[in-house]
Structure formats: structure tokens, C-alpha cells
Design a protein around this ligand. Structure first.
Ligand code: SAM
Length: 225
């Protein structure tokens, strides 16, 4: 398919899947119009890149549905000068969207192969404010903390304490909480003297692994019933 056709599909995606479902942040809509999602998916999935769902990206992982990327990004309430942390780089697509909206993005992926591929695509797009790290993002990424906003794109059993520690006052954390049988998207905001928690709506993500994530056994046992 030609680049022009992908552009038309991308504009239709933003109109029909994103705006129609209520996303209003103009900067988020503009970022989604400009990031070539088809380049972040494996070649054999490219023709489905603008469909209304997640897609496989290798290692048993997925690139999230476009609408979910849009909602999570809007919930971060980004103004332009933030330092943002993403846990779960996957394809690098969400990080590229964030990169258009803020000063710096640090994104952490546990699979080196996915991280390397994401990094290559980001560089080939001339995106130089997104930094990909390999490691256990359930511990956050202390080297570049604190963050104005943190987004986790894998489901955690509870909010990892390290992520709350690395959030600036006024900062927002968006994270799916739950297991294979169901998850809710949550937003946490660090207020002057307390943490505010909102439980938003049901989502379906792959598990967050690592020290503050799900172990293989726990996740599959829960998925059994
Ligand atoms: N944001 C991604 C994108 O735009 O393509 C989609 C991410 S995918 C739904 C979730 C990712 O989280 C997977 O790539 C998975 O390997 C990663 N992940 C799971 N546990 C992790 C951990 N503890 N640290 C870092 N990455 C983790």
C-alpha cells in the first residue's frame, strides 16, 4: 500500500475511532494524525495497522488498540514541557505519540529484541526525544526520575510503589490494574499531601512482569477459571 493510502486510513482512524468516541485534546489528535502507525507493526500486519484493535508484534506481545493509546495519552493531560515515563515500549508506537507531545520520553521494555526494533523505528523517523531502556519497568526508571506523567501499558496486580515514588507533585500515573480475568484502567494523581485515585473503565492488557508485576504462575493460575 502507498503512503498516501496509509495517510487516508490514518485520518479515518482518528475521525471514526478516536474523535467519535470522545477524545477532544487537539494535540493528542494531531499526534495520532502524524505518527505512521503502520511502520511500528510487523510487515505482515501492516495492512491492518489502522484497524480498530490491537495487533501482534512478536514475543507474545501486542501494539495496543489506537483508541486505548488515545485515551491513555489524553488522561496524562500533557502540556508540552514534561518528562514522561512509559513502561512497556512494545512496538514504540505509544512512545512516538508521546514524543510529539512532550519534552522527553523514557520508555522501558523487558524484551531486548522489541526495545531494539522500537529504537530503530523511532530513529528512522527522526524522533530524538524518546529514549528506550531495557529492564524491569515495574521498578520504574530511577535514573531519569522524577516524572510529570507515567503510563504503564501492561496490567499490574497493584500499583508498583516505585512508580508513585518517581511521580512529581501534580503528576499523573495511568495504569491498568487487574489480571487475566479483568482489569480496570486507573489514574493516580499526586496531590500536595495525598494520592488521588480514579477507577475509569475495563481494559484488557498483557501482564506486567517483573519484581512488582505478575509471575508466570500467578497470571496463568488466575486465567484458569
Ligand atoms: N506501548 C506499546 C506499544 O505502543 O506498542 C504496547 C505495549 S504491550 C501492550 C506491553 C509491553 O509491556 C510488552 O512489550 C511487554 O514486554 C512489556 N512489559 C511487560 N512487563 C514489563 C516490565 N516489567 N518492564 C518493562 N516492560 C514490560
Amino acid at each position: 500500500m502507498e503512503e498516501d493510502e496509509f495517510r487516508l486510513e490514518r485520518e479515518a482512524m482518528v475521525r471514526e475511532q478516536i474523535e467519535r468516541r470522545g477524545i477532544r485534546d487537539k494535540r493528542v489528535l494531531e499526534a495520532l494524525r502524524n505518527v505512521p502507525r503502520h511502520l511500528f507493526v510487523p510487515p505482515e500486519e501492516r495492512r491492518y495497522a489502522y484497524h480498530d484493535g490491537p495487533l501482534p508484534i512478536g514475543e507474545g506481545q501486542t501494539i495496543s488498540q489506537p483508541y486505548i493509546v488515545a485515551v491513555m495519552t489524553e488522561l496524562l493531560e500533557l502540556q508540552g514541557d514534561e518528562n514522561v515515563l512509559e513502561i512497556g515500549t512494545g512496538s514504540g508506537y505509544q512512545a512516538a505519540v508521546l514524543g510529539r507531545l512532550v519534552r522527553t520520553v523514557h520508555t522501558v521494555e523487558r524484551y531486548a529484541r522489541l526495545a531494539q526494533r522500537a529504537e530503530e523505528i523511532l530513529r528512522s523517523q527522526g524522533i530524538n526525544n524518546v529514549f528506550v531502556h531495557v529492564g524491569d519497568g515495574s521498578l520504574g526508571w530511577p535514573a531519569h526520575a522524577p516524572y510529570h506523567a507515567i503510563v504503564v501499558t501492561a496490567a499490574a496486580p497493584v500499583v508498583p510503589p516505585a512508580l508513585l515514588d518517581q511521580l512529581l507533585p501534580g503528576g499523573r500515573l495511568v495504569i491498568p490494574i487487574g489480571g487475566p480475568e479483568g482489569q480496570m484502567l486507573e489514574r493516580w494523581v499526586r496531590k500536595a499531601d495525598h494520592l488521588e485515585r480514579e477507577v475509569l473503565f475495563a481494559v484488557a492488557f498483557v501482564p506486567l512482569r517483573g519484581a512488582a508485576g505478575w509471575s508466570e504462575g500467578e497470571w496463568s493460575r488466575m486465567g484458569d477459571f
